[in-house]
Each structure stands twice: as C-alpha cells, then as structure tokens.
Design a protein around this ligand. Structure first.
Ligand code: N2P
Length: 347
C-alpha cells in the first residue's frame, strides 16, 4: 500500500518534471470572450506547469485585424472555419500538424478532415454550434415568434428597439442570404444589394449590434430578441426559463471553432501542449459544460451535463440538423463583396 503510494508519487513527480522541462513558462491565449472556464486554465497549469494568460475578442474579424496589424505574442488563437482558411492563405498561421498530437485520435469525423484545413496542418477542433436567435416568450407580443429569419430581420413593429444582432459579418450575411435564398458565396453585386437592403431596413429596429454579453442582456430583460449562438442560448435559458432558441426553417449557419498557432508565437511547444491537452475528453467536456456548446471529441459526451446533452438547441434532432448550413469557403471576390456590404451597413 505505502509502496504503491510512493511509486505513484515518484511517477507524478517525474511526469511534472518532464512537462516543465519540455514546455515550461506560459502561453498567451487569445480567445472569444466568455469561451473557456477560468478553472480549466488553472487545471492546465496544475497538470503541465504552463500558465495561461487570456486575452479576448468578439469576432473573427477583430482577431484577423489584430494579427494583420502585426500583433505578436499570442501563442494560441481560436478562429472559426472560414477564418482558418483566410488566415492560412494570408500566411498568418504556423504549420504544426495537429494529426501528430497524441490526442488527435480522439477527434470525431468529419472534424478530423474539415474542408477549411483538410490535413489539419494548421488547426485542431474546439467547439461547434449554430447561430440562430432567442426570444423571451413571456414578453414578445402573442408569446411566440415564427421559426423563420423573418422574425429577426423583419420583426413586428412592437419589437422596435427590442432586437439585438450579433456584430458578426459572417453570421449576419449568411443568415440574410439563407432567408433571401441567395448563395452565401455570391459574387453578384445585385444579390449583394438585396442582402444590404434587408439589413439596412432591419437596422432601425435594432437596439444594437453586439456579440458580447448576449446572455446577461437577455437575462436582465434589456431586450426581447437576440441573435445568438446556441451555447449562449442554452446558458440564457438556465436563468430565463421563458427564453426560446429558434433554428429557423430557412437554415442556420453551422460553424466550428478551432485552435491555431499564429506565426511569431513565442512558445509554440507550450501551445501544442495546450491544444493536445484540450483534445482529452475530460478537459473538453469541462469546456463544453461551461460554454454550452458541443465539441468534436470522442468520449466527451458522457462526461457532459445531462441537461446540456438533452438540450434541443445544443444537440438538435436529426430533423433539425437538416437545417444546418456549414460555413462555406468563399472566393476572395465573394468575401470582398461581403465586407463591402458590412462596411456600408455600419457607416
Ligand atoms: C463565444 C462564442 C463564440 C462562438 N462567446 C462563435 N463561433
């Protein structure tokens, strides 16, 4: 018994030494706001000896702008699908071959070979989800909104100033395109104009564009309708029981967020240790239980809260999954059109 305990202690000590010799120090993680539990970062530090400094952003576009402006010092960033591809093309990401990490074997298909990084040379999966909208059934007129993007883009007059849109050009453009039946990768200026017209007409109905604080804003009853990611919607419902998350019938943007290492990272070994550690079922499950989103790691689901797994917005039925529209990789020309529309809308 005592011999065994001693043996374990010795093993633990040599493991701790091996880790600190390998990749000691700290890493700088640049992540979406409210997207990783602080306790999990503490657990990582305890397990590996590597401290994590966290800085946050509110959109893929903010992250891109920061890296393009030459920000160095970040070791791990968390771009979504389409943004991974843009960042690879702009040579902003370091090749690290995620498939060589020991825990990559836990990654479920199809996230092991996604279209935006088929070899997983530059990225590893974090959370996935969809972007729909949430309303407070206790307060919207009639207690119900149609499961259509119409409810969000062309809300009834009584909802003026009671609707918030995410400050997210991809989620906004794709949702509008789905509603209008326009290809999300359109390069056609006329189709772009249709999208801009819809968004321009919606603008006076909105209280604001804001991707941060969506949970608190709904729970505080500041507004009645919020464009929202499904994990945030799940967390909204924990305190606001009358909140309803809608996956519109015209389809919802389906996204996957990913860990990546920017060129110029000071501690790429520490970054890899972190990314590998996050692909362990027990660690990613802790992240899911906090964020409210699903992940692509085998064996994590049985470690996730039962209520989270049972939630129709987080784990939709097969029927509902038919409404998922994965973010596509559009041409540079299509992305320019999209950016032009967003700039015009916001000026
Ligand atoms: C962070 C949620 C980010 C998910 N609050 C967007 N892909």
């Amino acid at each position: 018994m005592i011999r065994n305990t001693l043996k374990h202690l010795a093993a633990a000590a040599s493991l701790a030494c091996a880790f600190s010799a390998q990749a000691a120090g700290s890493i700088n993680l640049y992540n979406w706001s409210d997207y990783i539990p602080p306790d999990l970062l503490k657990k990582f530090e305890k397990d590996t000896g590597i401290k994590v400094n966290l800085d946050v952003y509110d959109s893929n576009e903010s992250l891109l702008a920061k890296l393009k402006a030459g920000a160095t010092g970040y070791d791990v960033v968390v771009p979504s699908d389409y943004m991974v591809k843009i960042m690879i093309d702009e040579k902003l990401l370091m090749k690290f071959d995620a498939t060589k990490l020991s825990n990559f074997k836990n990654v479920l298909a199809p996230m092991d070979k996604p279209p935006f990084d088929p070899q997983r040379g530059y990225s590893a999966p974090y959370m996935w989800g969809v972007t729909g909208f949430t309303y407070d059934s206790a307060r919207v007129p009639g207690g119900k909104l149609d499961d259509s993007w119409k409810s969000f883009f062309q809300p009834p007059a009584a909802l003026k100033g009671q609707v918030v849109a995410l400050n997210d050009p991809n989620d906004m453009f794709v949702a509008a395109a789905l509603y209008l039946g326009v290809n999300q990768c359109t390069e056609d200026a006329k189709e772009g104009q249709k999208v801009l017209d819809l968004l321009t007409k919606q603008k006076p109905m909105l209280a604001m564009y804001n991707s941060d604080g969506t949970i608190e804003r709904m729970q505080a009853k500041e507004v009645m309708v919020h464009h929202q990611w499904n994990g945030a919607a799940y967390r909204t419902k924990e305190k606001l029981k009358t909140a309803v998350f809608v996956i519109p019938k015209e389809g919802v943007p389906f996204w996957t967020d990913n860990f990546a290492i920017p060129v110029g990272a000071k501690n790429p070994e520490g970054a890899k240790t972190f990314i590998n550690w996050m692909m362990q079922p027990e660690n990613i499950a802790i992240a899911s239980n906090f964020t409210g989103y699903n992940n692509g790691i085998k064996g994590a689901d049985q470690l996730m809260d039962a209520a989270l797994r049972a939630d129709a917005g987080v784990n939709p039925s097969d029927e509902m999954r038919k409404r998922f529209r994965p973010n596509q990789i559009c041409s540079p020309k299509a992305m320019e059109l999209r950016n032009r529309i967003w700039t015009r809308l916001k000026r």
